[in-house]
Design a protein around this ligand. Structure first.
Ligand code: ZN
Length: 280
């Protein structure tokens, strides 16, 4: 009697577990069938996958490094090899990185051998400044203002957001994430050809100005450089050719600069700057 009872209750218990497992498997199975398949596929292929919506700092730095390698390998960005100039730009950049809102990731500042007045950032701390822009700047405060703006794009994780949007638009973003080779391809394309959105540009300006002030540079450099480029007229450089209009950006920056302290700070010695970059 006792035996039979225990057998029955055991059986009941077993049925319970089985039906629970069965209903669980339906829920799991229905929830994300494509996810399971694509994960397995990707694991078999041994690909590195980036989940862009929750990418970690170290993954972002790794992706920035891979994009950098591709930019150099494909000769889409020709790095200017001059120790003195590179050290100088890196010194300004590292100083600004420390006072930025994202000081904990490593930053890499490189000079691109290109006459056009341009600068860009990818992700994970990678910033590029053209030789043409360095020549156009009149002093260190102006150069620092551009570097500060580019760091602002990295602080705002703008390239990650753009990469995600582009991958969705191209239909290459799976539930598991984005394959590394596709991520690098999109990253290179974004760095060279895609303008940032209006909101991202204004945010980078805001972060940049805040940072310039914090690091002790004269805030006027940010406005004077933009004004100079605006006065140049028709040949607006690529990094300013996007919306919002340069005049609008200048107006917003001026609003956030106290005219009494605009010229207070370092970086306004034009002669010292020309001397620093004389080998360009
Ligand atoms: Zn920008």
């Amino acid at each position: 009697m006792i035996k039979q009872f225990s057998f029955l209750s055991h059986k009941r218990w077993l049925y319970g577990v089985l039906s629970l497992l069965f209903s669980l498997s339906i829920i799991v199975g229905n929830a994300q069938p494509t996810r399971a398949i694509s994960w397995i596929e990707l694991l078999i292929r041994g690909a590195q996958i980036y989940q862009l919506s929750s990418i970690s700092d170290s993954q972002e730095v790794q992706l920035g490094k891979e994009i950098n390698q591709e930019l150099i390998k494909s000769r889409k960005a020709k790095i200017y090899r001059n120790g003195e100039i590179t050290r100088y730009v890196n010194q300004i950049g590292q100083r600004l990185a420390r006072t930025s809102n994202r000081p904990k990731i490593p930053y890499t500042f490189q000079v691109v051998d290109d006459k056009s007045v341009n600068a860009f950032a990818t992700m994970g701390g990678y910033v590029y400044i053209n030789t043409g822009l360095m020549k156009k700047a009149e002093n260190e405060a102006e150069l620092a203002s551009v570097i500060g703006h580019e760091i602002g794009h990295i602080v705002g994780r703008h390239a990650i957001k753009q990469m995600r949007e582009t991958a969705i638009a191209q239909g290459v973003l799976s539930a598991a994430g984005l394959d590394s080779s596709q991520a690098v391809q999109i990253g290179v394309e974004l760095a060279l050809n895609r303008p940032n959105s209006r909101g991202d540009e204004l945010e980078a300006d805001r972060f940049g100005l805040e940072n310039i002030k914090k690091s002790g540079y004269a805030p006027s450099g940010m406005v004077s450089f933009m004004k100079k480029l605006l006065q140049q007229g028709n040949s607006t450089p690529a990094f300013l050719s996007t919306h919002p209009a340069t005049s609008e950006r200048i107006k917003l920056l001026e609003k956030n600069i106290d005219s009494r302290t605009a010229n207070v700070g370092k970086g306004l010695d034009n002669r010292a700057y020309k001397n620093k970059i004389r080998s360009l």
